[in-house]
Design a protein around this ligand. Structure first.
Ligand SMILES: [Zn+2]
Length: 451
């Protein structure tokens, strides 16, 4: 694949760490593998015409100030010959199981989980993710733990003073590479989209973006066409596995719908009208005092340490109804020793919300929820100084201040952003038209082989 025209967005929290010889070999092997995959994808005859379309600035900026927490003790503080081990997470693995294999006690595991309260990255172990342990050579004391989420994101938990652990996110500079997936409908939308190489998750995402406008079972007919512009996040070591839909276009006998991703993370049609309903600003009715704002350098009320606070806390009596701030799907339900009972909801577009310290969860994992639906009762579970709700809003997988973020609360793009949006639409339409022309030029050949 040719990435030369692609824009790169370096983030200023990128950190270069000295690599051990083993890690270096591993990285080298990954690089070779990634290059081989790229070559394979490029020459594979059914691969989408990626060369045509790579380019274009990512519409969402990396929010780079988020990981700027206190400098952590440098790795020079750790003994040179610390014992390093690696564990690749398998289905069925538990954190306590992995820790006890290394004779790391429950108190240490709890200290790591306490550091993870604002991320909840260790609460759901994803098979294929890697854990690197660094233990003191002559004791089993855990000095550091790293979780490699994907080649672009590693979270380091390091032992600080007093038995506390601190976290730091290492986020590599990334860029987005666009591909067009297009086809004429043969059978269902799902079958036709699946044959172009889109994953089930990506097809579902496309259907959710347009679900208020299109009935995918009834409205789509044979010979209708679709184009989907999908971008993949890339770092130097290869794909991070993160994808997002930039644009969708459906055209047919009775059908003309399109969706374009705007910089605010929401989807709009070509007139700039929102395809999903506006978000609520607050996840409850009535006014409750903010007991702790979103703050990347907060003095933690319990530990008395400086650590980021990735949400906003509202003081409220236990049992207050908690509402989903947008339409979406319950993506996670958990019970964490520090975050307490919590819910995560994924919304169409690039949004995710989290609700922590609940007393009662009133939805199931995978359940569809609408804006304003009651999903839980507030509580005081986990590590908490009093009854409150901790509410988080993530845009493009980064937490932002839910009270200040530029969330889609309007039903159309504000006038001052229309020029930017129209430019982006023109680019994406050209990308899709180009693919369409390419497909029609290739048609005679396909007919020849059939005959
Ligand atoms: Zn909080």
């Amino acid at each position: 694949m040719v990435f030369s025209r692609a824009e790169r967005t370096p983030s200023n929290n990128d950190r270069t760490n000295a690599l051990s010889p083993r890690a270096y070999q591993l990285r080298l092997a990954l690089l070779v593998l990634a290059s081989a995959l790229c070559l394979y994808a490029y020459f594979w005859p059914h691969a989408p015409a990626s060369k045509q379309t790579d380019s274009i600035q990512p519409p969402i900026k990396t929010i780079s100030s988020l990981a700027s927490i206190d400098p952590l003790p440098s790795s020079a503080d750790a003994p040179q010959d610390a014992a390093a081990t690696t564990h690749i997470i398998q289905p069925g693995d538990t954190l306590s199981g992995i820790f006890s294999q290394r004779n790391i006690d429950a108190a240490t595991m709890n200290a790591v989980l306490a550091a993870d309260e604002e991320l909840l990255a260790l609460d759901v172990l994803r098979p294929g993710n890697t854990l690197h342990f660094e233990q003191a050579p002559n004791s089993i004391e855990l000095l550091a733990l790293s979780l490699v989420v994907h080649p672009g994101r590693t979270i380091h938990y390091r032992r600080a003073t007093d038995g506390f652990f601190e976290f730091e996110e290492e986020i590599k500079p990334s860029y987005w590479h666009e591909d067009v997936f297009s086809a004429q409908i043969r059978g269902s939308f799902y079958t036709s989209a699946s044959q172009t190489g889109l994953s089930d998750g990506e097809i579902l995402q496309a259907q959710r973006i347009l679900e208020d406008r299109v009935n995918f079972h009834r409205d789509i007919q044979v010979d209708d066409r679709f184009e989907i512009v999908l971008s993949r996040e890339m770092v130097d070591a290869g794909s991070t596995g993160q994808t997002r839909i930039e644009a969708i276009r459906l055209q047919g006998a009775k059908l003309a719908q399109s969706a374009f991703l705007h910089v605010d993370g929401n989807y709009y049609n070509d007139n700039g009208e929102s395809l999903s309903r506006a978000f609520l600003r607050h996840p409850m009715q009535g006014n409750y005092r903010v007991s702790s704002p979103f703050n990347l350098r907060r003095l933690h009320p319990v530990t008395k340490r400086i650590a980021p606070h990735h949400g906003v806390d509202f003081a409220m009596p236990t049992g207050t109804p908690i509402l989903s701030t947008g339409d979406g799907v319950v993506s996670r339900i958990g019970n964490h020793p520090y975050a307490g009972q919590y819910i995560e909801v994924e919304h169409p577009g690039q949004f995710k919300t989290r609700y922590l310290h609940l007393s009662q969860v009133q939805v199931k994992q995978g359940q569809q929820v609408s804006r304003g639906d009651r999903i839980a009762l507030s509580g005081n579970t986990g590590r908490s100084t009093g009854p409150h709700l901790h509410f988080e809003l993530h845009v493009n997988n980064r937490p932002v201040d839910p009270l200040k973020a530029d969330i889609p609360t309007a039903t159309r793009i504000p006038a001052k952003e229309m020029a930017l949006f129209r430019n982006r639409v023109a680019t994406l339409v050209a990308v899709m038209d180009n693919r369409l022309h390419l497909a029609s030029r290739m048609k005679p050949n396909a007919q020849n082989t059939d005959g």
